[in-house]
Design a binder for this molecule. Structure first.
Ligand SMILES: NC(=O)c1ccc[n+]([C@@H]2O[C@H](COP(=O)([O-])OP(=O)(O)OC[C@H]3O[C@@H](n4cnc5c(N)ncnc54)[C@H](OP(=O)(O)O)[C@@H]3O)[C@@H](O)[C@H]2O)c1
Length: 269
């Protein structure tokens, strides 16, 4: 039987690259994101690759819309095998420039936008004693990043969600995996909110990130998509994709020195 995967945030970047890779492998796909025309354009290309695809424009922060996504997926394909929680937003700002509205937005998309699909799909996975949940986190969910408290909080929460849920679900035949990208050359940072103490510093942050994206050290969405596909073929606890793997390992073994180095980068910026 052909396996079916739901991908959130499938209209762009990592989600889109993953959708194309899975389509080439013959999976049935259910694609979710807010912007209908972009999602339909991805679905059209996938149909041309010969795969079955359903495009469902939803906002992952709306529990009812997520519920309808999961219902449509099960009604269409009978069985869903894989959930790829990937829809996310980014913000860079010192804490003094982070409003409560910013906190709510980022936690709603990056955390609740992962909890709702898991909550809604879990009874289906449990009844089949089968399923793979892949949460796309971030290297910022494995180590702190300067002036990214709200973003890192959301991604550390995703790490906690992934690692703790795994304990409970692994014995029930459900794999829960974390794929943590490093800086990746998608539209993510173009769409991100950048705020500094002053107008000038937001521009500086934006242009230094743009420089970073042009460097060969940045990953491409396809690199992360390949890691996700590998996780589906051979489920493991987690992988950090790209150069962030070195930084997160360094942080794990030398947290105090890493904190000091990161503080210097804030002080000198
Ligand atoms: N790019 C990086 O440097 C980087 C680094 C580390 C981790 N990550 C993580 O990787 C994941 C994918 O990022 P990306 O780089 O592929 O980003 P991207 O190119 O900006 O794509 C984000 C996707 O999420 C969708 N999305 C955003 N808010 C949504 C909402 N409320 N409801 C439904 N869909 C929503 C977007 O479509 P709509 O706007 O149309 O809804 C789009 O399809 C994110 O979880 C991100 O945190 C990225």
């Amino acid at each position: 039987m052909t396996s079916t995967a739901i991908i959130t945030g499938a209209s762009a970047g990592i989600g889109q690259a993953t959708a194309f890779l899975l389509a080439k492998k013959g999976y049935n796909l259910v694609l979710a994101a807010r912007t209908s025309d972009r999602l339909e354009a991805v679905a059209k290309q996938i149909k041309e690759l010969g795969s079955q695809v359903l495009a469902v424009p939803i906002d992952v922060t709306d529990e009812q819309q997520v519920d309808s996504l999961v219902k449509k997926a099960i009604d269409t394909y009978d069985q869903v095998d894989i959930l790829i929680n990937n829809a996310g937003i980014c913000m860079t700002a010192p804490i003094t420039q982070t409003s409560l509205d910013d906190w709510q937005k980022i936690l709603n998309v990056n955390l609740w936008g992962y909890i709702y699909p898991i909550y809604t799909l879990l009874p289906h996975f449990l009844s089949h004693h089968h399923g793979i949940i892949i949460n796309v986190g971030s290297f910022g969910g494995k180590m702190p990043l300067p002036n990214m408290t709200a973003y890192c909080t959301s991604k550390y929460a995703v790490t906690g969600l992934t690692e703790t849920l795994r304990l409970e679900l692994e014995p029930k035949g459900i794999h829960v995996c974390g794929v943590h990208p490093s800086v990746t050359n998608s539209d993510f940072l173009e769409r991100a909110v950048f705020r500094g103490e002053q107008e000038k510093s937001s521009e500086q942050i934006r242009s230094s990130i743009e420089e970073m994206l042009k460097s060969p050290l940045a990953s491409q969405p396809l690199d992360v998509a390949k890691a996700i596909c590998k996780m589906i073929d051979h489920p493991q606890a987690e992988v950090v994709v790209g150069t962030g793997a070195i930084a997160t390992n360094f942080y794990r073994f030398a947290p105090s020195l890493s904190q000091w180095l990161l503080q210097q980068s804030i002080t000198n910026s």
